[in-house]
Every structure is written in structure tokens, then in C-alpha cells.
Design a protein around this ligand. Sequence first.
Ligand code: G6P
Length: 553
Amino acid sequence: MPEKTASVTDTPEWQVLLRARQGMAQTHMRDLFNRDPGRAQRYLLEAAGLTLDFSRNRLTDDILRALMNLARSCNLDGRITALLEGAKVNRTEHRPALHSALRQPATQAIEVDGTNILVEIHQTLNRMESLVEQVHDGRFTGHTGKRFTDVVSIGIGGSFLGPKLVVEALRPYWHQSINCHFIANIDGTDITETLAPLNPDTTLFLVQSKSFRTQETLENSLLARQWFLDHGGSENKVACHFLAVTANAGEAIRFGITPDNIFPMWDWVGGRYSLWSAIGLPIAITLGMDHFRALLAGAHQMDQHFRNAPFEQNMPVVMAMLSVWYNNFWGAQSHAVLPYDEYLKFLPEHLQQLDMESNGKRVTAQGVAVSHDTGPVLWGGVGANGQHAYHQLIHQGTRLVPADFIMPLQSHNPVARHHTSLFANCLSQARAMMTGKTEAEAFEELLASGMEAGAARQLAPHRAIPGNQPCNILMMPRLSPQTLGALVALYEHRTYVQSVIWNIDCFDQWGVELGKQIGSEILPMLSGDHTDGSAGDSATDNLIRLFRSATGA
Ligand SMILES: O=P(O)(O)OC[C@H]1O[C@H](O)[C@H](O)[C@@H](O)[C@@H]1O
């Protein structure tokens, strides 16, 4: 039987926050700003090149203190040390989660089972560097001797989303000679459309899979291999075009990858935390190793800030505790991430896996059902596009939607006055969410526009906006490898801190396994290899029949 531990909801610190929540029920953020204009200056943090303005929150100094007391009561200090120093924080898989070690200079040792892992990490980085240089200067070429022009990463989940985010976000830093593509989905369209314009002689494939057992990745890799063979390649030239990154070298070799072409991964790195490892090869090849190392350096700066800054000034801790505040005390069910930068359009997707796969849990680390909500639904998209779509719900819907605005102060593409307009949009949305517009204000506005009083009275409730929607604004001088590294590491640590408060294991993902298991049973029924069984329920059986009659299987 799982050991029973006291729930965080029973602690005095939790009760203080419950009372604080009651006390804030009638307080609007407008009042908070009116009473305390200094909050804008006070609720501003700097770390690793990022600036966080968290003044637009349902927050007072007392509540901030109470949130940090809750963090202390959960031994957050000790848990941060445990994470960064390699304790087995992934309890169900008995592993450390040492993504921070991947960006650590080799000056101090970090031991896992008696081995200093920094040695292998830096050896791997050096191997990556050598590969990148050889690809760039043409010493490592395709089988016809032509330089590589395209790299295709085949992987899914954590072996896809992080590298894709970084590669797309750092386009202004791309090495000029090479293009990068990603194949993830087991949808023929993904691979067909990606490979169609490519030249097999000048295309380098990276098979990216920690486990080397992921069906989508293995099937796509087989197909890519066949494409290479069908277009002038031969079996003995596959090694020139296929590399793998995996913690399961044995499977990769069985699959046909030459041992020399395999880069290591380790079981102490979670998939969604792995872009800093050799899973980052698409990044390193596309941007060059200097930029990859700058990305690591930015993340390392955030690690140091996370380790050393007092809680009240600790950016990941503050953001995590604000999320706990809204999630557990105000009933928020989602969290929006709104990057005001086109290059960051894949950030919400990466953070969805990071946050929702990590904190989408319903039992404590001890295996007992939680007595509180855990991770909210994370969603979002680039501003200003969202303003003309889902922001309506944030402004006038019935739900509380805390949001993070993310905005570089300088643009890589400073055309006309676009960047100023973009920043104006970001600030105006944050202000509209915070202040809203009362019905009386809406009424006055309509009268001033010349509308007759009766009509104005009728329309005013539709134009009123409650406001009081909390948001953070995260800024950086410019989106660069360093600031992006810090930004992603910030969200990694924010995720961890939440999991500490909720007492859940944020490094496993058992929930995704059942679907895979059922999928492997259904596949032969759909393809006609196994026709007389039942999937176990009539609804599934019905659609299997429908699919088979539509496809003639
Ligand atoms: O890297 P792989 O072993 O192929 O795993 C790819 C992905 O698939 C799994 O189902 C997990 O949900 C993800 O956490 C993982 O990143």
C-alpha cells in the first residue's frame, strides 16, 4: 500500500492562502495599482538576461510572502538542491533528472552511480562540434561527395518539440549552407511533403529517439531509408546519410545505424528536457556549435539563478507560485502563453509537452490520490494573431485565464514601425486584461459617441469588460541563443517547482502508455492482418469495420 503522507492542503500555510483568497475576493487589480503605484517597480525581476514584470497579478506583498512560505513548507530549497545535484527525483523510474548538468561547464563533478557524468556530456558536445564542423566545411558529405544542404530530424515528442522550437526561433542565426526539417507525425503527409523538395544526395537524416522504440519514429525512419535507397542510394551508403541519437544504442544498431553514427542519450535526461543533449543536433547543425553553446550558457545562467536567488526574487519560483495561486486558490483551469514574436510560434507547443506531460498527474509521489488540482491546460499562440481570435474569451468569457506575454524589446526584422506596433499591442492587451472597462465607462463612451441614452444603456453591458485577468510580461533585449536558453530553462524550473508543491512526480509520463498499447493491438485489425478479434468494445469495433470497408483492407 502506498505510504500516506500529509497533504499540502492541510498545512497552515495552505490555510493562510485560502483566507487570503477570501480576502481578495472583492479586490480588483485596478484597486491594487491605485493603492500602490510602486508595485510596478517592486514586482520586477531580472535573471539571465530576462526581465519579468509580474505586477499585473492578484497579488500583494503579504500574499507573495504567504506563497513563499508555502514553498518553504514543501522544502522547496532542499528539493531544488536534490534536482540540481542528481538525487533520484524521478521516483517511479528511480532516476535523477539532470537536464541542468547538460548545460553545466565541466568544472565540478556530478556523479550518477559513481560516474562523473560531466565527462561524457562534454565528450559528446565535442563530438557534436566535430560533426557540425565537418558538415559545414564539407569534410563529411553525402555518398556522392556533395555537401549536405538539408538536415532532416526524425523524432516525436521530446525528440522533436524542443529542437523544432529552437531551430525555428533562432532562424536569424542559421548557418547559411544548411536547411533544417522535421518529421514527427505518423501521417504520410508529413514525410511526403517534407521529402518532396529534397535531394537525397545532399540530405542528412538524424533519427532521434531516446528509447528507439517509438513507433512513429521507427516507421518514418524506415520510410526515409527506403526513399534514400529508391533515389540512388545503396545499403552500404546508408551510413553516410543516417545518424542516430539514442539511449538505446543496441536497438539503433539492430535498426541498421552504424555504431560510429550513434550519439548517446542518458536515462537521467527526460525526453521533454533533452534539447540540451545530442537531441539538439538539428540545432547545432543548423545554427553552428557556437550558438548551441550560447544556448546552453543561457540555460546555465538560469540554473544558477534558480539555485541561488532567494525565493521572492527567484523568477522560476515566483512564476510557479503564481500559477499555484491561480490554479489551486482561484480555480483557473488553463494558462496561456502568448509570445509577441513570430520566431517563438512553436513555444506554446514545446511548453505544452513540458508542462502538461510533466504535471498532468493525479496521484502524489507516494501513489495516493491528490486532494487538489494539478497542472492546468497550457495553450497559446503568437500575438497579435490571437487578439483577433481567442482573446475575446479572455476579455469577456467566464473563465480566469492567467497569461504570460513574452516580448523581445528589439526585433531581428525592424521594418517600418512594425515592432513598435507589436509592442503597443502587447502592452494594450495586458492593460485591457488588467483594467477592463466598467459598464458605466462603456455607457459614457457610447453617449460621447453620440448614441441615444436608451440604446447606450442596452449596449453597455455587451461592451463592458471585467478585467482583473492576471498576466506576466517577460521581456528580453533580443531573442538570441542565450536569452532563448534562459527562457526555456525558466519554464523547466517553473514546472518542477509546481510539482514540488503538488507533491507529484513531474519526470514520468505513464499516462501515454495505454494508448500506445491499445494502438499496437488495433493496428493489425485495421490492416486486415487480424480480422476475427475484437478491440474490446463495440464502439472501436464499429469504426474498425468502417475503416476497413473504406480502405478495402
Ligand atoms: O525519444 P523517444 O523515446 O522516441 O520518445 C518520444 C516521446 O514519446 C513518448 O511517448 C513520451 O510521451 C515522450 O515523453 C517522448 O518524448
